[in-house]
Design a binder for this molecule. Structure first.
Ligand SMILES: Nc1ncnc2c1ncn2[C@@H]1O[C@H](COP(=O)(O)OP(=O)(O)OP(=O)(O)O)[C@@H](O)[C@H]1O
Ligand code: SF4
Ligand SMILES: [Mg+2]
Length: 358
């Protein structure tokens, strides 16, 4: 495999308002979410854990349907009506988000935390100019009014490298290209200097050149401001490009987590190993897994023990019955894995299946 890890910049240049005592911007612990549907109640997230530090980018990766967006929406307080938070916590700068009322969450969104989506049109209003939308977002979350708010809006468009920023203020979203719209979304998201930015597949809809520009832009703005970024992606090329840390999700659980270098150099979970060996090109996505047969179990048929047991070549009865905990298995205590047999290369009974995976 030929993924080259990007050399990341040093610590962020500027101190954030939120970091006085603690570098942990977001702490998610044991987050459990289910949905009520006409077919019954289903567990989707089953104990998601991760921590995101100031100025760092944590990439959340996994196949379609594994719960990446549900995780993001739970943090932002934007889950659908039929969702139920069944347990756990998500703390933003030590303040619990789970259970906050709508009003408090709305105040935090666009201020202390912000989110950008794959398709910017889901957040931009086609009926208003981008200037109006930017100014409104700034006014709602700051003391700036009138000319000062307008000036800040123009400044934000310049920061995201939108040419002729003043002129663009008067344009409507449909007058901009997809890449420019995504830049506007980033400007809106960062206008009030949030401590946390969640980006859910922000470049998937864009062509490869624009993708690279947008990723660089996020990285540069993050370096300037110290914002913590939760980057949701299918794409291991994106992880290599912008990630400091990575959490691999499978069927609503984190199955492996660690620094990008540790995970790429020494993947421990059979699912991660499968993901890494299934990417023929840097820009390919994880929607298909050439080396792992089968597909993610549906919420209605989730296995009792390890959720990967229906596809794992190393699965046995113990795996099918007992949930493996996330734990370190080597010297790197930050590199954790949820697998009874990790590291696989030390598992004697796994040798035959290893040959199948190789
Ligand atoms: N409102 C809902 N009601 C019922 N099930 C839902 C709802 N929203 C999401 N789900 C289910 O939750 C699971 C996780 O969905 P989620 O959107 O988080 O996946 P994802 O990892 O973001 O996938 P993708 O990469 O395709 O965006 C899926 O099985 C999905 O069908
Ligand atoms: S716990 Fe068992 S089934 Fe799950 S990934 Fe590890 S070996 Fe495979
Ligand atoms: Mg999603």
């Amino acid at each position: 495999m030929t993924i080259i890890l990007a050399q990341h910049d040093q610590a962020p240049a500027r101190t954030k308002r939120s970091d006085a005592m603690n570098d942990n911007v977001l702490t998610v612990e044991g987050l459990k979410v289910g949905f009520r549907t006409d077919k019954g109640r289903f567990s989707i997230l089953d104990g998601v854990d991760f921590t995101l530090r100031r100025g760092r980018t944590l990439c959340l990766v996994g196949e379609s349907g594994c719960g990446k967006s549900v995780t993001a929406l739970s943090i932002m307080g934007l889950l659908a009506e039929n969702a139920e938070i069944l347990g756990g916590s998500a703390r933003l700068n030590q303040h619990e988000l789970i259970g906050l009322d709508r009003h408090a969450l709305r105040r935090l969104r666009g201020d202390a935390m912000a989110m950008i989506f794959q398709e910017p049109m889901t957040s931009l209003n086609p009926a208003f100019t981008i200037g109006n939308q930017l100014i409104e977002g700034i006014r709602q979350h700051s003391d700036l009014e009138g000319a000062a708010a307008r000036e800040h809006a123009i400044e934000m468009l310049k920061r995201v490298r939108i040419p002729a920023a003043e002129q663009r203020m008067g344009e409507y979203p449909h007058q901009l290209s997809g890449g420019m719209r995504q830049r506007v979304m980033i400007a809106m998201a960062l206008a009030n200097d949030p401590g946390l930015l969640i980006a859910d597949e922000p470049t998937t809809a864009l062509d490869v050149t624009i993708q690279a520009q947008i990723l660089q832009l996020i990285r540069r703005l993050q370096h300037d401001s110290g914002t913590a970024v939760l980057m949701i992606t299918h794409d291991l090329g994106v992880v290599a490009e912008v990630g400091d840390d990575v959490a691999v999700m499978y069927a609503g659980r984190i199955v492996e987590r660690g620094s990008v270098t540790a995970l790429f150099d020494d993947p421990l979970h059979p699912y991660t190993i499968g993901l890494l060996s299934s990417i023929p090109r840097l820009d390919d996505t994880l929607t298909r897994l050439s080396t792992i047969p089968g597909s993610v179990p549906t919420p209605a048929e989730m296995p009792r023990g390890c959720r990967f047991s229906t596809r794992c070549p190393f699965a046995d009865q113990h795996c099918r019955e007992e949930v493996p905990p996330l734990a370190a298995v080597g010297n790197d205590k930050e590199h954790v894995v949820a697998c009874w047999k990790a590291p696989i290369e030390h598992c004697e009974e796994c040798s035959e299946s290893r040959e199948v995976m190789a």
